[in-house]
Write a protein that binds this ligand. Structure first.
Ligand SMILES: [Zn+2]
Length: 158
């Protein structure tokens, strides 16, 4: 039995997500993140990855990237959450989605998309509604920048 099923997402209102079909222990390989292995040169030459935050593009090693933007990559449906319960775990040329904490049956599977903080962070609002949510899809280590920014704005508006 698969550990996941596809269902309408609670986070991405217009999209789908993956949900746990049973209780999952931390550290469990749930689904392989598959796609086309392409060279760095192909990544550079293609218009497809012009966006500075290509959601489905993974760095495998010095020479190769993985383009997961293909219909047969079910793991691409996993949404970002600021309180993610899964993480991407790469070994060699393979990437697995692994549970980073205990997941209850019927919980939506989520990852940290790992976007860095930069001037266009507002293009990617986050709707995860978790207690850690900073409002935007920004990796854990950079979220304080957004919180600081909010504080500064509050001060100005007073
Ligand atoms: Zn969030």
């Amino acid at each position: 039995m698969k550990l996941y099923k596809i269902k309408k997402s609670n986070i991405d209102k217009n999209g789908r997500g993956l949900y746990a079909t049973k209780n999952i222990k931390a550290g469990t390989k749930i689904i392989e993140y598959v796609g086309n292995i392409i060279t760095k040169k192909q990544t550079e030459d293609s218009d497809k990855f012009d966006n500075s935050k290509p959601i489905y593009l993974f760095n495998l090693n010095k020479r190769y990237d993985l383009d997961g933007d293909v219909s047969w990559n079910t793991a691409r449906l996993i949404n970002h959450s600021c309180s993610n319960n899964c993480e991407y775990d790469g070994t060699g040329l393979k990437i697995w989605v692994v549970s980073s904490k205990e997941i209850k049956k019927d919980e939506e599977l989520t990852c940290d998309y790992g976007f860095g903080f930069d001037s266009d962070f507002k293009q990617f609002p986050c709707a995860c509604k978790s207690i850690n949510c900073c409002g935007y899809i920004v990796r854990t280590e950079s979220r304080w920048r957004i919180n600081k920014k909010f504080k500064k704005n509050t001060r100005i508006s007073r």
